[in-house]
Design a binder for this molecule. Structure first.
Ligand SMILES: NC(=O)c1ccc[n+]([C@@H]2O[C@H](COP(=O)([O-])OP(=O)(O)OC[C@H]3O[C@@H](n4cnc5c(N)ncnc54)[C@H](O)[C@@H]3O)[C@@H](O)[C@H]2O)c1
Length: 472
């Protein structure tokens, strides 16, 4: 059966990027055999089952259409390397937590182990594709490792960063704004680059496949994430000013976004960005700038992360102040734990910070989310369990609570029957909308005291006799 495949592709790392990306390649290139391997046997087992290890709209259907036909999942990494022509490396590259660069630099240990394993197992020439997000010039390190043995096998390293967004991964993979491929500009580099272009050409229009030198490609991924995160921090910084001046962030964002030079996307004020990439990639960029002595540039980008931390903490302080400066013993329903809608991923989710801080204030938490409760349990597992409960149904979760905090912009939360929820809550009832997704005026009319990001609170209290703002 194998002999009928035109080419064999391997992906090392069966995570949020490796799984969906390879499923899409398998779908669009039926003549290629695509195998995804991982050191984590439970993860591979889930990819082979009905319960995929990650949730993405449309992913299950995509995997079911290709699995067992030309898409395979395995833990046999060595065999995978031996038989592959093209190897995508999509392992995790988290922020280093130890030694030099701790808290800033990318931890490249998983990446380097992969490079060494490829070298040890390969018996024929391979194209190695960097899919993971990496510091600029990592391809050079990969090349050096792959050339470190007296071997006649030729390895060509390409950079092909992934731009998919979680929650819309399948759509992004099917219709990417662009595919970026960086290579050495040598004859063998250009030939390998063309092989990768030929894969994407099966479904991506040629004008959307961009090619460049390898370092520009590596750096473009870090810069894209830095720019996206910067927009979020920019609008969030202005939301703080709106709250002081009675301006409404939604009106400001709408007016600003109508400028064609600025554009309207990524201008929703919120509790802050999360996800495994933005913070880590900006810190990595900052680290690289410092390495090259560019302190001012480093500080500029670092401030994007500072504003994000500030925004999360501001939200907690607002809750505390609004609820009469004490949360001890109060029950708070957390609507949404995923870092964004349509994913179960909770890595760096702002909800983690908010819940941790609320527990420090001795609140009791009822956490609800349609897809992320398993991850939420793991994230909060080290905290006091007797004050945390996990309830899938939002109505049940909100029953008998003092306040609701919306942490994720799940569509479901826009459509809840808030009158029913209000009736079952302790009064005065508070709602803190960390995503600005609910109709605030309607909530106010129901009887809620409503606190949104970047807006004057809508409360039923006599604000001329305001309770002293002890925390501000
Ligand atoms: N998640 C995203 O939205 C996203 C988007 C674009 C780029 N990226 C980048 O893609 C890379 C992967 O991200 P992810 O979210 O898929 O990570 P992930 O943690 O979900 O998956 C990585 C997988 O690699 C496996 N792995 C680690 N070392 C291995 C080894 N030596 N051999 C085999 N498998 C190994 C892990 O077990 C894990 O399953 C990162 O560099 C990330 O920055 C992520």
């Amino acid at each position: 059966m194998n002999a009928s495949f035109e080419k064999k592709i391997l992906c090392i790392g069966a995570g949020y990027v490796g799984g969906p990306t390879m499923a899409m390649i398998a779908r669009k290139c039926p003549n290629y055999k695509v195998t995804v391997v991982d050191i984590n046997p439970q993860r591979i087992q889930r990819w082979k089952s009905d319960r995929l290890p990650i949730y993405e709209p449309g992913l299950k259907e995509l995997v079911e259409a290709t699995r067992g036909r030309n898409l395979f999942f395995s833990t046999d990494i060595e065999e995978g390397i031996r038989e592959a022509d093209i190897i995508f490396v999509s392992v995790n590259t988290p922020t280093k937590t130890y030694g030099l660069g701790a808290g800033m630099a990318a931890d490249l240990q998983y990446w380097e182990k992969t490079a060494r394993q490829i070298l040890a197992c390969a018996r024929s020439p391979k194209i190695i594709v960097e899919k993971s997000t990496l510091p600029v010039k990592t391809a050079l390190a990969m090349e050096r490792i792959l050339k470190s043995r007296e071997s006649r096998i030729h390895f060509e390293v390409l950079s092909n960063p992934e731009f998919l967004a979680e929650g819309t991964a399948v759509r992004d993979l099917e219709k990417p704004d662009r595919v970026l491929i960086g290579s050495r500009l040598t004859p063998s580099g250009l030939k390998a680059r063309q092989e990768l272009v030929d894969i994407y050409r099966n479904w991506v229009p040629e004008e959307n496949i961009i090619t460049s030198d390898i370092w520009s490609s590596e750096l473009s991924k870090l810069v894209s994430n830095a720019f996206l995160a910067q927009r979020i921090s920019s609008i969030n910084a202005i939301s703080a000013l709106c709250e002081k001046t009675e301006a409404d962030i939604r009106n400001v964002a709408m007016a600003v976004g109508r400028d064609g030079r600025i554009g309207s996307r990524f201008l929703n004020a919120s509790i802050g960005f999360g996800g495994s990439c933005f913070k880590k990639d900006i810190l990595n960029l900052v680290y690289i700038c410092r390495h090259y002595g560019l302190e001012e540039v480093a500080e500029y980008w670092e401030s994007v992360v500072h504003i994000n931390e500030y925004q999360k903490e501001r939200f907690v302080r607002h809750m505390l102040t609004a609820m009469f400066n004490t949360l001890a013993g109060k029950k708070i329903c957390i609507l949404g734990f995923a870092f964004k809608a349509n994913t179960g991923d909770t890595r760096e989710s702002p909800a983690i910070h908010v819940c941790t801080r609320l527990l420090e204030e001795r609140a009791e938490l009822v956490i609800s989310d349609p897809k992320a409760l398993d991850n939420a349990r793991l994230d909060l597992g080290h905290l006091e369990q007797e004050r945390i409960s996990f309830v899938q149904d939002p109505y049940e979760a909100a029953r008998g609570v003092h306040a609701i905090a919306v942490m994720t912009e799940w569509d479901l939360y826009r459509r809840l029957d808030y009158q029913k929820i209000y009736d079952d809550m302790i009064k005065p009832a508070f709602i803190f909308d960390g995503r600005n997704v609910i109709d605030h005026e309607k909530l106010y009319d129901i009887g809620f005291n409503v606190y949104a990001i970047g807006k004057t609170p809508l409360t039923h209290f006599d604000e001329s006799e305001s309770v002293q703002d002890l925390q501000a």
